[in-house]
Design a protein around this ligand. Structure first.
Ligand code: MG
Length: 155
């Protein structure tokens, strides 16, 4: 068994599309980022890479590389899954929390979960997603940023 953790945060700015867990969410702001800025999938990627002892997302997909400009972050997860397969592992389970005071994420969690199960090639019962707020504290609490943390077990 191998365990990995991942964390990501992006600032929210006007005129950017908000995508979380591969799901497009209608909102007045989106992440200031090189790729599509999907914090959940970035944290998932880091958790998978971490469990494989394969470094981090910045090493494999640097934001200075034009190849990753505006790319859908599912590509990062799918590449990280190559390391999982090379390690002759499968995802046992994944648990994640997304931190956002706005927009409300509860209506979108089931679609994100479905996507994650597909990307990780597991049953939906092996994926758990939670959404929390930062209770009005700091940049997340003021609606200026969104973050995610993830833990994954490989078996
Ligand atoms: Mg990121």
């Amino acid at each position: 068994m191998k365990v990995g953790i991942g964390y990501d945060i992006h600032r929210l700015v006007p005129n950017r599309k908000l995508v979380l867990g591969g799901v497009a969410i209608a909102f007045e702001k989106g992440p200031d980022s090189h790729s599509d800025g999907d914090v959940l999938l970035h944290a998932v990627t880091d958790a998978l890479l971490g469990a494989c002892g394969a470094g981090d997302i910045g090493q494999h997909f640097p934001n200075t590389d034009a190849r990753w400009k505006n790319v859908e972050s599912r590509v990062f997860v799918q590449r990280a899954m190559d390391f999982v397969r090379e390690a002759q592992c499968k995802v046992g389970n994944l648990d994640a929390t997304i931190f956002a005071d706005a927009p409300k994420l509860a209506p979108h969690l089931s679609a994100m979960k479905r996507n994650l199960a597909e990307f990780l090639q597991v049953d939906e019962s092996q994926v758990n997603l939670k959404a929390g707020t930062n209770e009005g504290c700091d940049a997340i609490g003021h609606g200026d940023a969104i973050a995610a943390q993830v833990i994954v077990l490989l078996v």
